[in-house]
Ligand binder design. Structure first.
Ligand code: ADP
Ligand code: TPW
Ligand code: MG
Length: 578
């Protein structure tokens, strides 16, 4: 064969060979694994990736800031047990997304942060590329795992590793670094298709040892004043029926942590939510299900827990969580679904319920506390106080139990958590393990997108400011989100004064701000509410219409207290002038 003929044949073969590239392989890999929503912000090098993903049927939700997109992805992970995907540009976009990645890891939510990055060769020689940054190294300590893909043929494996790392064992955040060059890399389409991996059984069941189950039940059997604490790990596990069966069969009062509220209804006869201090002080055996003994539970010791000796049983997928703060006498390591069903099976049919006098003590305390609170929730004061406004929202959630409640702030958070009863699992989404401000709009958007249910976001005026620009996103995607801003003119209170100069005090904002007008700027509905009655009408109208709405609820600036319920965590200066 002459060289000329041979070259012609090669050219024809090339023309016939179907090709694919990094863009398409990444899109195919996501779809193959059922990851069909991306939360992100476009720009170099991922602008076309977003367009092509949208054209390929992936839902691409474009945000105004990566932190909000990342928070959306993290809560999508919590709600669905699949990793939420956040897509960002290099360096600054990546860094903006990183807070959310760390937050996902801390809260045990599965999420994958995919960031475009600059030329490896230039980054590694620090020669000053466009948005140069060694992103992989920076992400590593803030997530469960971090990977970089350099060859198109490794995209399938790269995503598979990311998915497994995010959802198996204790869920968390994963970083996936995709250098710009990767997207344009071309390879044979058939070989490309073969290189993709559909992850089988991404979060394998982790069955507890029968001896661990028996040990836990032995401890429980001996209890005189047992308590079950349900955490957001229990909500995440989606073992709702078995958890309910465990509580009811054992007859043990349960205390839901904030995001576990509604796993069993707050009005369940065994709910000890309104008797929290009593049960923590007096219980003798405490079974933790998907809840850590961190600061939110005063580390399992000290005044909160009283002086009566306690035994802890802990169900968790993470073995290292055991004995993290106090001794765990009965560790049960495994996934909550498997652990709870093993406990139920081992309890058998003649398990005797928790001592009646203890259950009675808990329910009397609870009724006493509920009765004390009731009149405050019915006040129609103007300006509103927190209780008057929350009393209204409490009734609205009772009437609309499938709505999702997003909640952040200090007083706005702590009081809403106590006042608004929840009725269904995974309906309360809030600041989580860090008590972080800024989750509000990202969570509200993802909750609406992932569940199709109406969302009520109850936001402190400060809290809202951290993600407030996303009201445009809410309007753009026409999401059924109703935001209520508890506007007390500031952080904790709007009354602080600067004692020495004319600058405002650090904790106060412009007085009488009208956040409702922000919503109107983007075509949404804005309402200014000054009484509980007005608030009630506006929220009901928003929930009925499904139209993006922002209600500026004017709250008495003097009504709140410093740091809400956690003022005790503020350090005090010994030198402060009284
Ligand atoms: P809360 O803030 O509600 O008290 P935490 O976030 O402190 O809850 O605790 C959640 C715990 O749940 C974590 O220790 C995590 O390892 C655990 N967890 C998450 N998912 C599962 C699961 N499927 N099975 C078992 N444990 C889980
Ligand atoms: C990322 C510190 C905790 S609560 C809060 C701040 C700034 C706002 C409280 O005011 P808000 O609520 O929302 O108006 P209210 O009803 O009490 O007036 N930065 C981050 N996270 C946290 N937690 C803070 C700062 C903080
Ligand atoms: Mg405020």
């Amino acid at each position: 064969m002459s060289a000329a003929v041979q070259s012609l044949e090669t050219k024809t073969a090339d023309a016939e060979q179907e090709l694919t590239d990094g863009f398409n392989l990444m899109i195919d890999a996501l779809k193959l694994n059922g990851l069909t929503t991306i939360y992100g912000v476009p720009g170099i090098p991922i602008t076309d990736f977003g367009r092509m993903a949208q054209a390929a049927g992936i839902r691409v939700i474009s945000f105004r800031h990566e932190q909000n997109a990342g928070n959306a992805a993290s809560i999508a992970g919590f709600l669905t047990k699949k990793p939420g995907v956040c897509l960002t540009v290099s360096a600054p976009g990546f860094l903006n997304g990183l807070t959310a990645l760390a937050h996902a890891t801390t809260n045990c939510f599965p999420m994958i942060l995919i960031s475009g990055s600059s030329e490896r060769e230039i980054v590694d020689l620090q020669q000053g590329d466009y948005e140069e940054m060694d992103q992989l190294a920076i992400a590593k300590p803030l997530c469960k795992a971090a990977f970089r893909v350099l060859h198109a043929a490794d995209i399938g494996i790269g995503l598979a590793r990311a998915i497994r790392a995010a959802v198996s064992g204790r869920p968390g955040g994963v970083y996936l670094d995709l250098p710009a060059k990767l997207f344009g890399q071309v390879m044979n389409a058939e070989a490309g298709a073969k290189s993709l991996v559909k992850v089988i059984d991404a979060a394998p069941a982790q069955i507890p040892a029968p001896s661990a189950v028996k040990r836990a039940l032995d401890v429980l059997k001996g209890a005189k004043r047992p308590l079950i604490i349900l955490g957001k790990g229990a909500a995440y596990a989606q073992a709702d029926d078995d958890i309910r069966a465990l509580v009811e069969k054992s007859g043990i009062p349960f205390l839901p942590m904030s995001m576990a509220k509604g796993l069993l209804p707050d009005l369940h006869p065994l709910c000890a939510g309104a008797a929290r201090s009593t049960v923590l002080k007096d219980a003798d055996v405490v079974m933790l299900i998907g809840a850590r003994l961190n600061w939110l539970l005063s580390h399992g010791k000290g005044k909160t827990w009283g002086t009566a000796p306690k035994k802890f049983i802990q169900i968790d997928i993470e073995p290292k969580e055991m004995d993290s703060n106090v001794e765990i006498v009965a560790p049960v390591v495994g996934d909550i679904g498997s652990c709870v069903s093993a406990l139920l099976a081992a309890m058998g049919s003649n398990w005797s319920a928790a001592p009646a006098d203890w259950v009675k003590t808990v329910s009397s305390k609870r009724e006493e506390n509920v009765a004390k609170m009731a009149p405050r929730l019915m006040n129609n004061n103007s300006p509103m106080d927190y209780h008057g406004a929350l009393g209204v929202l409490r009734t609205i959630i009772k009437e609309r139990p499938d709505a999702i409640l997003v909640n952040e702030g200090a007083n706005t958070l702590d009081l809403a958590r106590g006042v608004i009863d929840m009725y269904q699992p995974r309906k309360r989404l809030d600041v989580g393990t860090w008590g972080v401000m800024g989750i509000g709009m990202g969570y509200a958007i993802a909750a609406a997108i992932e569940t199709g249910k109406p969302v009520l976001a109850v936001e402190g005026d400060s809290a809202f400011g951290f993600s407030g620009m996303e009201v445009e996103t809410i309007c753009r995607y026409k999401l059924p989100v109703c935001i209520v801003i508890f506007n007390n003119d500031g952080i904790y209170r709007g009354t602080d004064l600067n004692s020495v100069g004319s600058d405002p005090a650090p904790t106060v904002f412009v007085k009488g701000s009208r956040y409702d007008k922000m919503m109107e700027a983007f075509g949404g509905v804005g309402v200014h509410a000054t009484t509980p009655d007005e608030l009630k009408r506006a929220v009901n109208a928003a929930m009925d219409s499904g139209k993006p709405t922002l209600i500026n609820a004017a709250i008495d600036p003097a009504a709140g207290s410093e740091s809400g319920r956690i003022g005790n965590l503020n350090p005090q200066s010994a030198l402060k002038k009284k």
